[in-house]
Design a protein around this ligand. Structure first.
Ligand SMILES: [Fe+2]
Ligand SMILES: [Fe+2]
Length: 282
């Protein structure tokens, strides 16, 4: 069975109707979890706007890409929906997923709009390289998304949140696998595409969601999710996975990003205590 046929066979909205909401309420959510869940829901809810942007591009009029995009967009939409539902069930005051997503989009930063524009130009002037970059970028971001869901599964005391996230993470792994496989095909024996993707990653990498939040906000949210040195473990794991793609050996865009944001973080989230709090050498 082809790659895309496998996706068609298993694609579905994440099942949540059978979850035990009473149990979810009994365990509740910590303040940190609520903040993380809002961030997850916001980022997931923006997929549809990204979809609208890329769907305008000529290069996307490829039956297989359109099939994948449609399923991907559908699944991501329900991730946001599911997370919002859990927060509502646990008594967190929050608008429904659609209202919130419209508000977040209205506040989309200039950066997101600039990216849309740059994307349109690239897709017109160098369509093949653009698709390679798009698949590569998708793999890079889905890899982080998988890590983020798994981090919550490991750390939460709420069994319903853990179960919901296990189901979502399963779909994120599929998204990653598709983008990664596509990126591999498009980068193989294509030195120019390899160089281009590498250049863009090294120069512009920042985690998914950075476009709709301010850079500082997004950095603090990612650092809160992976506090202290953990962020470096996660980022270097992503780099090791991505390094398996042609031309990507030694990619260090993600760990460099993690190092760059350190000074902007509140002291308690930094990987190292601020210099004036470090013990003096004897
Ligand atoms: Fe998702
Ligand atoms: Fe995803």
């Amino acid at each position: 069975m082809s790659d895309i046929a496998q996706h068609v066979a298993v694609s579905d909205r994440v099942e949540i109707e059978d979850l035990d909401w009473d149990l979810a309420r009994k365990h509740g959510l910590t303040d940190r979890e609520i903040e993380n869940l809002k961030f997850f829901a916001d980022v997931e809810s923006q997929t549809v706007y990204y979809f609208l942007e890329v769907a305008k591009l000529e290069v996307v009029r490829d039956p297989e890409l359109l099939t994948f995009l449609t399923m991907w967009n559908y699944e991501e939409y329900f991730h946001s929906h599911a997370i919002t539902r859990l927060m509502q069930e646990c008594g967190v005051p929050i608008e429904n997923a659609t209202e919130r997503s419209t508000k977040v989009r209205a506040g989309a930063r200039f950066k997101a709009k600039l990216e849309d524009f740059a994307q349109t130009m690239m897709a017109k002037t160098m369509p093949k390289r653009f698709v390679a970059l798009w698949m590569f970028w998708g793999a890079l971001q889905e890899c982080l998304t998988m890590q983020a869901y798994e981090e919550v599964i490991r750390s939460t005391q709420n069994p319903v949140l853990a179960e919901m996230f296990r189901r979502i993470a399963k779909q994120e792994r599929r998204h990653f696998a598709y983008y990664f496989g596509q990126a591999r095909t498009r980068l193989t024996d294509n030195k120019r595409a390899q160089k281009f993707c590498r250049f863009i990653a090294q120069r512009f990498y920042s985690p998914v969601g950075s476009g709709v939040k301010s850079e500082g906000e997004a950095a603090a949210l990612v650092a809160r999710l992976f506090p202290g040195k953990r962020i470096f473990d996660v980022m270097s794991y992503i780099e090791r996975r991505m390094a398996q793609l042609p031309g990507m050996e030694g990619l260090d865009a993600c760990t460099r990003w993690a190092a760059k944001i350190q000074p902007k973080l509140p002291a308690e989230l930094r990987a190292e205590p601020p210099a004036d709090e470090q013990p003096l050498a004897a």
